[in-house]
Each structure stands twice: as C-alpha cells, then as structure tokens.
Write a protein that binds this ligand. Structure first.
Ligand code: PNS
Length: 162
C-alpha cells in the first residue's frame, strides 16, 4: 500500500522552514502532497495560484525528490482532500510549544472527522524563528527577506513589492 501524506498550510509565502519540513516528509512517505489552503483567519498577501507556483519553483530549485506534488484546496474540509487522494496522514512542522498548542486541537478534530492522523515534524532549529507572517511584515516594510525564503520568493517579492 502506498503511504500518502499531505503537508497543508497557507504558504503565504513558502519559507525555508516549510521547505525543510517538506523535504523531511518526502523522505518518509511514498507520495507527498503539499496543499495550499485558504485560511480565512489570515489576511492574504499572495493569491493562491501564485503561492502554488512559488512552491513548485522552490521545490524544483531545491532539488527535492520527485514524489512531491503541489495542489490547492478550497472546496471544504482538509480531510476531504485527504480522502480524495487516499492520504491517511497530515504533516505539520512544529517550531515551539506555541505551535503544539495551535496544532493539537486541529489534529484531534481531523482524526475524529476522518481517521486522518497528524504527524508533527521538528524542523532544523535554524528555521525556528521563521514564519510567513514575519516574512510578510519584513517585506511590507522594505526589509531583506532573502535569509528566510527560497530565492524564487525573494526575487518575486523584490520585483512585485507588497
Ligand atoms: O499555514 P497555516 O495558516 O497555519 O495553515 C492552517 C491550515 C490551512 C492548515 C488550517 O487552517 C486548516 O486546516 N484549514 C482547513 C479547514 C478545516 O478542514 N478545518 C477543520 C479541521 S481543523
């Protein structure tokens, strides 16, 4: 049986921390879906299609394995996507206890909804302070985001400042 997992998130924009988790997850599963999901609780910087493109380019540029595919989902529950593609595992990157507190209720609800388990992965501590929201803030105020994001994202946001 193929082991299929989903890495969901806003990816607005994808960061080096996300890429680290994606690479680790790709090594653990036969098939990995990186899923851009609209989070109504957050004010978006980039349209969903652009986030997908930047993820695809960043994954390609980083030479990550070929078992990764990028998609987006706005049709309903995250677990509906999992059921549609036959994924039984969600992957979340955990930077701190704050992330554990944020992710735990969602993990339990997703398990109750559709028996989809959540696996928490620890990223490289070098990325522990990196978040998309900080990147959005630094970019909006004209700071250098290159240390925190893939080159494709830094170049895109430089050309189309927010
Ligand atoms: O990168 P983010 O913004 O922290 O990602 C949050 C995300 C998209 C994973 C979360 O908002 C989510 O799971 N949305 C899907 C909606 C859903 O299925 N909710 C019910 C179960 S928690």
């Amino acid at each position: 049986m193929r082991r299929i997992a989903v890495v969901p998130g806003s990816f607005d924009p994808v960061t080096l921390g996300h890429l680290d988790v994606i690479e680790r997850a790709a090594g653990l599963f036969d098939e990995l879906h990186v899923l851009v999901v609209h989070n109504p609780g957050k004010t978006a910087l980039l349209p969903i299609g652009r986030r997908v493109e930047l993820l695809q380019q960043s994954i390609r540029d980083a030479g990550l394995p070929g078992n990764i595919q990028v998609a987006s989902w706005s049709m309903g529950l995250l677990v509906d996507y999992c059921l549609e593609v036959g994924a039984s595992v969600l992957i979340k990157g955990i930077r701190s206890q704050v992330d554990v507190a944020y992710e735990t209720p969602m993990a339990i609800v997703n398990r109750n909804l559709a028996a989809v388990e959540t696996v928490f992965l620890l990223p490289d501590p070098a990325h522990a302070h990196v978040s998309s929201s900080l990147v959005r803030q630094v970019a909006a105020l004209g700071g250098d985001i290159a240390p925190y994001v893939p080159t494709a994202v830094a170049e895109f946001l430089q050309k189309a400042p927010v």
